[in-house]
Design a protein around this ligand. Structure first.
Ligand SMILES: *Cc1c(COP(=O)(O)O)cnc(C)c1O
Length: 384
């Protein structure tokens, strides 16, 4: 083998995915065990108890670290458990600057759970770097950014924010769930940690929850490994195996998601019943240039404006191929209504502040034949 780093698809299929040493099984085994036998006191094969580590989990953690370009990638029971673990690295009195348009569960965790433990949060529009700069204080430990945002598809400039953070000795955490490591490499742009809900594109088949924090320093990796052991919100061996299987096809899935996403976005732009389309791959997206710079594709998350709650309801009642459901990133097309589903807990005022309207519909374009997806949307939009 040459010393050159293997390409992305090769890493997805081979890192941590080596055949089982004992049997030669090409597909890595699942290790459903809670504990491991010890040869004698203080002597074991590197595993003691499954909350601490498990061979199937080790494989997945190696794989995801290689895909994001980090040094370790501890996995957790869900995306939220991963984000909670990041926050557990800090202490009462520490301050976190975060985006004002985050995945709905994140402000719920920050404001309704972690604020009671003394962590402080400031929400700003991170699409303007100077807002981040202004919000950083003496006790700020991390800046937490999601790009693109959900459901408005606004981008934040990872490289510029990382520079501001590092000048102020603050670490940058990027939630890369929407783009996956295939289309966006936050660590290469300066991010210090990357978080994913593996539930979405990484697993890709809507059949398991999971989360990961990709680390760039030993200190982060050690703290998070300690938190896996101490707090216990680890990913089960079976779920680890599902993600290991899912990531093998991440590159081909993402290519197809992206191709379908572009077609559906253009179709929606042309559609008479659609008032506005939010997709970073459209030339009129306010950050189209940044999208081209920091992403290698535009993905398959699209939000569009139907004009009113009643229009949104009418069309969502009619979809047949597209499933009305929360979540995203699976092979099947999912469609949802942010105002009453993912962003319901923000309240009307909260939604208005960030620009989420009652007429907005969000679609996670799957990898079905794109003509079928567009036909389904067309017949559903006819109900408006
Ligand atoms: C789904 C999601 C999460 C939360 O992940 P879970 O696996 O549902 O706990 C966090 N961030 C983003 C961007 C998400 O889409």
């Amino acid at each position: 083998m040459s010393s050159k780093q293997p390409g992305f698809a090769t890493r997805a299929i081979h890192v941590g995915q080596e055949p089982d040493a004992e049997s030669g099984a090409v597909s890595p085994p699942i290790h459903p065990t809670s504990t491991y036998v010890q040869q004698e006191l203080g002597k074991n094969k590197g595993y003691e108890y499954a909350r601490v580590s498990n061979p199937t989990r080790t494989r997945l953690e190696q794989n995801l670290a290689a895909l994001e370009g980090g040094i370790a990638a501890p996995v957790f029971a869900s995306g939220m458990a991963a984000i909670n673990a990041i926050c557990s690295m800090y202490k009462s009195g520490d301050h976190i600057v975060c985006g004002h348009n985050l995945y709905g569960g994140v402000p719920r965790l920050f404001d309704q759970v972690l604020a009671d433990f003394g962590l402080q949060f400031t929400y700003v529009d991170t699409s303007e770097v100077r807002n981040v700069e202004r919000a950083i204080r003496k006790n700020t430990r991390i800046v937490y950014v999601e790009t693109p945002t959900n459901p408005l598809m606004a981008l934040s400039d990872i490289e510029s924010i990382a520079q501001v953070c590092h000048r102020r000795k603050v670490e940058l955490v990027v939630d890369n769930t929407f783009m996956s490591p295939y289309f966006q490499h936050p660590i290469a742009l300066g991010a210090d940690m990357v978080v994913h809900s593996t539930t979405k594109f990484l697993n890709g088949h809507s059949d398991g929850l999971g989360g990961v924090v990709v680390c760039t320093t030993r200190e982060q990796a050690e703290k998070l490994a300690f938190l896996q052991k101490a707090a216990g919100a680890i990913l089960s061996p079976f779920e680890c195996w599902l993600v290991l299987r899912g990531v093998k096809t991440l590159p081909v899935r993402m290519e197809q998601h992206d191709r379908n996403g572009r077609f559906v976005a253009e179709f929606l732009v042309r559609h008479k019943k659609v008032k506005q389309v939010f997709y970073p791959g459209l030339a009129n997206h306010p950050q189209y240039e940044l999208a081209q710079q920091q992403m290698y594709g535009f993905g398959s998350m699209i939000t569009f404006e139907t004009g009113s709650l009643s229009n949104a309801k009418k069309m969502l009642r009619k979809v047949r191929l597209c499933s009305l459901a929360e979540s995203l990133g699976g092979v099947e097309t999912l469609i949802s209504h942010p105002a009453t589903m993912t962003h319901g807990s923000l309240g009307e005022k909260g939604r208005r502040e960030i620009g989420i309207t009652d007429g907005m519909v969000r679609i996670s374009v799957g990898i079905e034949n794109v003509e079928d997806i567009m036909d389904d949307l067309d017949q559903a939009l006819a109900a408006i």
